[in-house]
Design a protein around this ligand. Structure first.
Ligand SMILES: Cc1ncc(COP(=O)(O)O)c(C=O)c1O
Length: 393
């Protein structure tokens, strides 16, 4: 068994990393630890680099075709990891999950149509809706102080009253890390099918379900789900290759798929990019051991951060995630306004985190912490928060 080293601190300066390059623009300073945007600070699986390097040994980078091996690698991965069967005909390449959401929004809805989201949720959902002159309808998650759940009663009411053309589901849910269970997904699908609502299920975090559990794809739960669902996924979060912009889409229903895939094709939105597919295939074929070890490391980081907050930072609590490397941290116990909290994190704890309010309703008093980083970086960041909180008191 190969052993990968996730403790190694890699200098990401001068690599065009958004996490670092956008610090000044977004946070107004550069001298802070960047634990915000959702990529990992770990070196990717070497097989991915090798596959890319091998292609670059050839001096011509002309137009390219994508062989069956690429599609087979996706199908085989889903079968092995999640027990989920996909057909080649259901799949299409997309150059990024958010772009895939944009394509679906443009194809399946019109200006002025309502589109349902479940805040606090990944902020580009709202941006795509509003930016395309559609109207967001909010079905906020319910928080009992410990766990979040979907408000299915409110969802039913909203769908009946507002008649949204579409719902954008985050499965698993970012920023909270909820793994939706099959009953909840089935209930969503019943409502969606009854009212003719398309469900765009963003499953980019699906391979990052923790504690060895399989992911439950929306398309897998029922006939209603297959009739309404558009699944979006990618190896990008999983294997830390978002810079390769390699994603894919799956649609089971021919009624949805045939016209949509035709539109994607004629516009060449779904034309595979060679470098992306090479990286994706190498990841799916050779990255499993790397992923399992990475998830173990992240799980340990989550445990470390949770216990550290419980023990050493009164007023700061981690909401336990079931998936991914993002922690939804409850700072409400500090009694600060959101502006004060973000100023405090930045100037006193020297930490750049995502402001909870960027995820919409329910984000007040929270911030999102990316723990996909070496433990020593995480430890120092949490110690800085602890020391800053002590000074605050
Ligand atoms: C839920 C979710 N969807 C999509 C993305 C971005 O995907 P892409 O870079 O493929 O557009 C992210 C990145 O953080 C995400 O968390």
């Amino acid at each position: 068994m190969k052993k990968y080293n996730f403790d190694c601190v890699i200098d990401r300066n001068n690599s065009g990393a958004t996490k670092i390059e956008n610090l000044d623009t977004l946070f107004g300073r550069h001298d802070v630890t960047p634990l915000w945007i959702a990529d990992l600070d770990f070196a990717v699986c070497p097989d991915i680099i090798d596959a890319l390097r091998k292609r670059l040994d050839h001096p011509v980078l002309g137009y390219s075709v994508t062989g069956d091996d690429y599609w087979d690698s996706i199908i085989s991965w889903q079968r092995r990891r999640h027990g989920f069967e996909l057909q080649r005909s259901e799949l299409a390449f997309i150059p990024g999950v958010v772009k895939g959401i944009g394509y679906a929004v443009n194809f399946f809805s019109r200006r002025g149509d309502r589109i349902l989201i479940q805040p606090p949720v990944y902020h580009p959902f709202r941006n795509v809706i509003v930016g395309n002159d559609r109207v967001p309808v909010e079905n906020p998650l319910i928080f009992d102080g410990k766990e979040y759940r979907m408000d299915l009663e409110d969802l039913q009411r909203l769908v009946e009253e507002e008649k949204p053309a579409m719902m954008i589901l985050c499965n698993p849910h970012n920023p909270i890390g909820i793994q939706w269970d099959a009953d909840t997904l089935r209930a969503v699908a019943v409502i969606a099918h009854k009212h003719g609502m398309v469900v765009v299920s963003d499953e980019i975090h699906s391979d990052l379900v923790l504690h060895g559990r399989p992911h439950i794809p929306y398309l897998s739960v029922s006939d209603d789900a297959r009739a309404t669902g558009i699944m979006l996924a990618a190896p990008s979060k999983t294997f830390n290759i978002p810079g390769l912009v390699s994603s894919w889409m799956a649609v089971s229903s021919p009624k949805l798929r045939t016209p949509f895939y035709h539109w994607l094709e004629v516009n060449e939105f779904s034309a595979p990019v060679q470098v992306s597919t090479i990286g994706a295939r190498a990841a799916y074929e050779h990255g499993e051991e790397w992923l399992d070890q990475m998830l173990d490391y992240v799980q340990e980081n989550i445990r470390f951060a949770t216990e550290f907050c419980e023990r050493e930072i009164p007023g700061v609590k981690v909401v336990a995630p079931q998936a991914s490397f993002l922690l939804w941290v409850d700072f409400r116990g500090l009694g600060l306004s959101q502006q004060q909290l973000m100023d405090f994190l930045l100037s006193r704890a020297h930490l750049a985190l995502n402001d909870g309010t960027m995820f919409g309703t329910g984000g007040e008093g929270f911030a999102r912490l990316n723990v996909g980083t070496p433990r020593c970086v995480l430890r120092e960041a949490l110690e800085n928060v602890r020391d800053a909180v002590r000074e605050l008191k």
